[in-house]
Design a protein. Structure first.
Length: 572
């Protein structure tokens, strides 16, 4: 049962332990709340039987009950609120660890707005559920099950009158559950759509203004907000109806006890004391349940949040163990890979030798970049084998593999911090002097010399204050700082002007010395001197060799070289 609750509510090991302790504490709180009517029952019984004790006796019992109630309530508060709130911290830490272990392909196939909502809003919803609703509900159900047996043993008719409306209310909760959660799921889906629309509106401002789409985007966002309000109102209305029913049904208990008790008393089947005692019990229990019913509704309201966090925690991570690879020859052996139903790599085989430059060329969409992604385990291939130094990369942990690979992409990702810290991402423990040395090798020092605060200059969101060439040089400086034995270069000069391309090419020439280097490029001139050129088409390797050999033997390669020359010679 404990493990089922843990999985259903997507809790950590510490979280479920805390929640179970809070549930036990809630149980004892409900027990102590039954003590006041019990002491009244005892007092009335003593009075009817002319067996009254000294007043100090009853005052003493009342004081003890008050202390017990205070201790139980304080204990429950500490466990239910203070301790279970820690779960939101622990859960976010567990999610962060999980995200760290996920393959990078996860982030290209999942919406990041969904992920951020899971980390923030869904965790907050679970925090709300386990701090307010779940422990109270578990404690109440256990308490009420025991009370139900005791009440029915005392008098079956009155006992059923006390407990049946509440059990009916609990049953109705599960009847309404699917209806409630269906409405809530629609609402949360609309919230995700809104988040995506807002993000697009913020990030695409340049394009929106360039094409005069401000009014259209504004109407779209406004329409989504208005639609959300309607869906939210419908979801809340559904919850209100079910909550009203759940609150009203248990209130039938006092009515039933009053009617049935009066009938039994008139017949002489129960004493007046028993009649009054059951009335006090049903009033207390019904009040306890009524105050709890809104919290119970919240358990179902957040059902979608449990599912999303559970799905994230169930995501498969890439296998592999930490290994210290000593050799860095790279071999693709009959590798296949597909995105969904689309096979993009179909039986690729080639070798990239250590201390050599291997270039991969081919028409757009032939699978060149995918080869780099498979090698760096951004994705795991479906069939075949990729080895580094004779070791299958699937047997190597991603941490070990990443430590041996530096990747320079065409699209550089930078953080809104200083030039210094953006370069230091290449190796977090690098000293300032090592960062300066890497920056100089990548010619970043020339850029920094023109900046007002030097290496401490803030470069804006994703390097918005820098040009494309400047951003690319910072990326190369990271690679210099990391000094990994395997270098992967993906179309790094595709969008650069001639001057920047020459500067970056000089930096690259320094970077690739004594490394295993794989370059993907459309600029045929830049790869002519590569040690090996692999030509791909439609996800397959169609030829391989040096430039001079391929010009003669490969029609596809020859056509690409001629088209590249025509492009460079074209005058507008």
């Amino acid at each position: 049962m404990k493990r089922k609750l843990q999985r259903h509510f997507s809790l950590t090991d510490k979280g479920i332990d805390n929640m179970m302790r809070a549930s036990v504490s809630s149980f004892f709180k409900y027990v102590t709340f039954m003590l006041p009517p019990m002491i009244v029952f005892i007092f009335l019984n003593d009075m009817i039987n002319s067996n009254l004790k000294p007043i100090a006796h009853y005052i003493g019992i009342i004081v003890i009950i008050a202390i017990l109630m205070y201790l139980a309530t304080a204990r429950e508060y500490k466990l239910t609120y203070d301790v279970t709130y820690e779960e939101s911290v622990n859960l976010r830490i567990e999610l962060a660890k999980k995200i760290k272990e996920l393959p990078l392909s996860y982030f290209s196939t999942h919406n990041l707005s969904d992920l951020s909502q899971t980390i923030m809003m869904d965790v907050s919803n679970i925090e709300m559920a386990i701090s307010h609703a779940v422990p109270e509900f578990i404690g109440f159900v256990v308490f009420f099950a025991i009370i139900s047996i005791m009440m029915c043993i005392g008098n079956l008719a009155l006992g059923l009158a006390v407990v049946m409306p509440i059990w009916m209310g609990i049953a109705l909760m599960f009847v309404f559950k699917n209806f409630q959660t269906r409405k809530v799921k629609v609402y949360y889906k609309q919230l995700l759509d809104n988040a995506n629309a807002f993000q697009d509106a913020f990030e695409m401002q340049q394009e929106i203004k360039s094409y005069s789409m401000q009014d259209e985007v504004r109407r779209d966002v406004t329409s989504k907000i208005e639609s959300t309000e309607k869906i939210h109102t419908a979801a809340e209305f559904t919850m209100a109806i079910s909550a009203t029913v759940l609150r009203v049904v248990p209130l039938l208990g006092p009515v039933l006890v009053a009617v049935i008790g009066a009938t039994l008393y008139a017949k002489g089947s129960v004493s007046l004391l028993y009649y009054v005692g059951y009335l006090m019990a049903v009033t207390t229990i019904s009040h306890q349940y009524a105050s709890l019913s809104e919290f119970i509704a919240a358990i179902f309201f957040f059902e979608d949040s449990y599912d999303r966090i559970r799905d994230l925690m169930d995501e498969e991570v890439q296998p592999g163990i930490d290994k210290e690879v000593q050799k860095f020859d790279i071999c693709f052996n009959d590798v296949e890979f597909q995105y969904g139903d689309n096979k993009v790599i179909n039986g690729v085989s080639f070798t990239a030798n250590q201390n050599a430059v291997t270039a991969i060329v081919g028409p757009s969409g032939c699978g060149k970049t995918t080869v780099l992604r498979l090698l760096s385990r951004l994705y795991d291939y479906d069939k075949g084998e990729v080895t580094v130094g004779g070791e299958d990369i699937k047997s190597i942990s991603t941490a070990s593999l990443f430590s041996k690979i530096s990747i320079v992409f065409q699209n550089v990702e930078l953080f809104n911090t200083s030039v210094m810290e953006n370069i230091r991402l290449g190796r977090k423990d690098a000293t300032d002097e090592e960062v300066f040395a890497a920056a100089k090798l990548a010619n970043v020092d020339e850029i920094v010399a023109k900046m007002p605060d030097g290496y401490e200059t803030q470069i804006g969101e994703n390097g918005s204050k820098l040009s494309g060439g400047e951003r690319q040089r910072i990326s190369i400086a990271r690679a210099f700082l990391k000094d990994a034995p395997i270098i992967l270069l993906d179309e790094i000069s595709a969008s650069l002007d001639v001057e920047n391309e020459m500067e970056i090419q000089n930096s690259i020439n320094k970077l690739i010395e004594n490394k295993t280097v794989i370059i993907v490029s459309h600029r045929m001139k830049s790869i002519e001197k590569a040690d090996k050129i692999v030509v791909m088409d439609n996800g397959k390797v169609v030829s391989a060799g040096k430039h001079e050999e391929l010009i003669k033997s490969s029609k596809l390669y020859g056509d690409m070289v001629r088209k590249s020359q025509l492009t460079e010679e074209y005058i507008y």
